[in-house]
Design a protein around this ligand. Structure first.
Ligand SMILES: [Zn+2]
Length: 327
């Protein structure tokens, strides 16, 4: 990741944090006006803390003793505070800032200095221009999924109706999410024409897993190959490109959208094989979405890729009338 981008992300974290703290202060002011006793307790806690630091500086040999005593008093005051809040049916968390990430409190780093998963996800999103996904997810998520859009009537010579087919895919997708933590080697490939809901389904799954704090990299195969090509043929060897490449292997879920739209060459084919194969070996999950049918996949790629995909991915065909989901 280049330093400028990281700086930019951390700047936005700072803003998020400041806003959460400001909101909490505002809420506090308001509640202190209504319950002055609460304010008094809080002030006592703050002054005890100050007193402790002062005394510890003056009597360094007794600092442990002082700290213990003060800690005791603060615990008592906190209990009083809890009781008081309870009588007003307020939860303790009411006075705390509401950070987006409970793991790092929107700092981006954990206490041990390691990057928080939320920060890594931001970096992945930035590297693969996924930052606009938030808006997409508002429209395309399981809550907005309307099974009635799919016809109940049989389509061509398929055994089931598009609706029954979609119910099945929906169920499998939900199971995929539910069991995501298990290293069960589950991978999915969605194939079929455009306007049949493949991208919609990928968005639903990506959103659910992002909400559960998994690292998701979701990008078209075209863009993924572009990144790899830049890395391989760019003499400058930017560190950020290497990071972008590593994310393909490290992310919890890789969604390769629109497989078959990249410019295929022996180079892209071997890179693609490497990505899919490494992820299978490391039991990292992958979803592929493509307009190509299995025969076209066999024709476009090597036998190795074809057999790797179809022996390690559950394949689901999307069929029916074009729904033009995007419009
Ligand atoms: Zn975090």
């Amino acid at each position: 990741m280049n330093q400028k981008t990281l700086k930019k992300i951390l700047k936005s974290y700072e803003k998020k944090r400041d806003l959460a703290i400001k909101n909490a202060d505002f809420k506090k002011e308001k509640i202190y006006k209504e319950i002055p006793k609460l304010k008094q307790i809080n002030e006592e806690i703050v002054s005890l803390g100050l007193k402790m630091s002062k005394e510890a500086i003056l009597n360094p040999d007794k600092s442990k003793e002082i700290a213990l005593k003060v800690k005791d008093e603060i615990t008592k005051l906190k209990l009083q505070e809890d009781e008081l809040l309870a009588t007003y049916h307020l939860d303790k968390s009411f006075l705390e800032p509401e950070f987006e990430c409970f793991k790092c409190n929107d700092k981006g780093f954990l206490q041990d200095g390691k990057k928080c998963s939320c920060l890594i996800q931001e970096m992945i999103s930035e590297a693969y221009a996924m930052s606009n996904l938030g808006e997409v997810f508002l429209k395309e998520n399981f809550t907005n999924f309307n099974i009635n859009l799919f016809s109940k009537d049989r389509f061509m010579d398929y055994d089931i109706s598009p609706r029954e087919n979609m119910m099945n895919i929906l169920l499998e997708s939900e199971n995929f999410i539910k069991d995501f933590r298990q290293k069960n080697g589950d991978n999915l490939i969605f194939f079929g024409g455009t306007g049949l809901g493949k991208t919609f389904m990928c968005n639903c799954i990506a959103k659910e897993l992002l909400d559960k704090n998994f690292l998701v990299l979701y990008q078209t195969s075209f863009r993924i190959m572009e990144v790899i090509q830049k890395l391989r043929f760019n003499k400058s060897k930017e560190a950020s490109l290497q990071d972008s490449y590593d994310y393909l292997f490290e992310c919890d879920l890789l969604i390769i959208d629109d497989l078959g739209t990249e410019l295929t060459s022996s180079f892209t084919t071997s890179e693609l094989f490497n990505i899919i194969n490494t992820r299978i070996i490391e039991k990292k999950k992958t979803i592929i979405s493509t307009n190509l049918d299995p025969k076209e996949i066999a024709d476009s790629y090597t036998e190795r890729i074809f057999s790797r995909i179809f022996s390690h991915f559950k394949a689901f065909e999307f069929f029916g009338e074009d729904l033009r989901w995007q419009q």
